[in-house]
Design a protein around this ligand. Structure first.
Ligand SMILES: *Cc1c(COP(=O)(O)O)cnc(C)c1O
Length: 393
């Protein structure tokens, strides 16, 4: 199917109708499958004959989602998982062993940091954190036993961007793999595999669903790494995606490009407006030409994304006032939803980080993060303005 463009792949890939000739993809809520006879059962179990055995291994609805996301990311294979965290866990269990070393950007999703520090280290895997944008820092951290590099770009909440191609070259020169968490951009805005990354991980919970309904994740990459190694962890470790969730996500993919374009348009409008607001001292958004990696963002991404952060005058007290005085924007740390959301990172998602390190990485007491949704842009701006008006001058 790969001669088709993105939107066509997003709508058509993976669908094979049953004898009922249904037009929309069917959901197969079955845990197991039957065999015509004992010989067929034996052939399936031995692997001589391809086919379904049990939903922990394969399911037609899940397969449809996997094929569709693989096509959108430009990867050979995709493994769907029960959550974004289980996608990351499956990659690490599949590719690492005791004595290995990994290098990771310090600005990754908080739970990923906890997973690396509390669990990978417990099994004798060494984890080193470096500044996302500091390519020399990545280079210096490499060792002979560095099996993989892990990064998220743009970062949360300050939207730093790393040059994926340069990072892939650094990794490969050391015989290491590059893993990119592509949750913020989705393949609609950024295709890390095209830029040299070896593996892409997703929290499907965010933009792939796009309406905040289901938990899910995915790993995309080569047949060898993902189709064999990561799939091996899935079938035995059991972090499978449910067929119902797969159906929600594959329908989500059909509108992904349209939604991401609309998220980008709304976010750019909000960022540009906030950038000139008297109560705002700083706006972090890759689409502003004041952003330190604006040029890189233009090359590497086909849109600037739906996430931005901004700093208000008056620190934490003012930040909290803005949060509390909006009316329609949801107060939640979740993101990637049609509904706009607002959060105060220093007291929530990044609350457990040492305050000095937090300040140094740009997560000040007055910083607020927005995930811009698809509500009317004038209503979104008016709501943020309501919040900003509540801050004394
Ligand atoms: C949410 C998120 C995850 C974890 O995904 P879950 O589906 O919540 O397990 C991983 N990475 C990023 C960037 C996320 O935003």
């Amino acid at each position: 199917m790969n001669e088709f463009e993105f939107d066509t792949l997003a709508i058509r890939t993976g669908h094979t109708a049953t004898n009922e000739q249904e037009h929309s993809e069917a959901i197969f809520p079955t845990s197991s499958y039957t065999f015509k006879n004992a010989a067929e059962a034996a052939a399936r179990f031995s692997g001589e004959e391809p086919g379904n055995i049990y939903t922990r291994l394969t399911n037609p609805t899940v397969r449809c989602f996997q094929e569709r996301l693989a096509a959108l990311e430009g990867g050979e294979a995709c493994v769907a998982t029960s959550s974004g965290m289980s996608a990351i866990m499956a990659v690490m269990l599949a590719l690492l062993k005791t004595g290995d070393h990994i290098v990771c950007s310090s600005s990754i999703f908080g739970t990923t940091t906890v997973f690396f520090n509390n669990y990978l280290k417990k099994f004798g895997i060494d984890v080193e954190f470096v500044d996302l944008v500091d390519l020399e820092g990545w280079q210096k951290a490499l060792r002979d036993n560095t099996r993989l590099l892990f990064a998220e770009t743009p970062s949360n909440p300050v939207t730093d961007i790393v040059d994926i191609k340069a990072l892939a070259d650094i990794a490969h020169a050391n015989n290491s793999l590059l893993v990119i968490d592509n949750c913020f951009c989705t393949p609609a805005l950024q295709r890390p595999l095209d830029l040299g990354a070896d593996i892409v991980v997703h929290s499907a919970t965010k933009y792939l669903d796009g309406q905040g309904r289901c938990l899910g994740g995915a790993v995309v990459g080569s047949e060898e790494l993902v189709g064999v190694e990561v799939f091996g962890v899935l079938r035995t470790g059991g972090v499978a995606m449910s067929p119902f969730n797969a159906w929600v996500f594959l329908k989500g993919l059909e509108t992904l490009n349209l939604r991401m374009k609309a998220h980008c348009d709304n976010a750019l409008a909000v960022a540009t407006w906030l950038d000139n607001h008297p109560k705002v001292t700083k706006v972090n958004y890759p689409g502003l030409n004041s952003h330190p990696q604006y040029e890189l963002a233009k090359q590497q991404q086909s849109g600037f994304g739906g996430i931005l952060s901004f700093e208000v005058i008056g620190g934490k007290e003012a930040g909290w006032k803005v949060v509390d005085n909006t009316q329609i924007i949801s107060i939640t740390a979740n993101l990637g939803d049609t509904k706009s959301t607002i959060t105060h990172p220093a007291s929530t998602t990044h609350g457990r980080i040492d305050p000095e390190i937090r300040e140094a990485t740009g997560i000040s007491e007055g910083l607020l993060r927005l995930s811009i949704g698809l509500e009317n842009i004038d209503d979104i701006k008016a709501d943020i303005e309501r919040g900003l008006l509540s801050i004394g001058t």
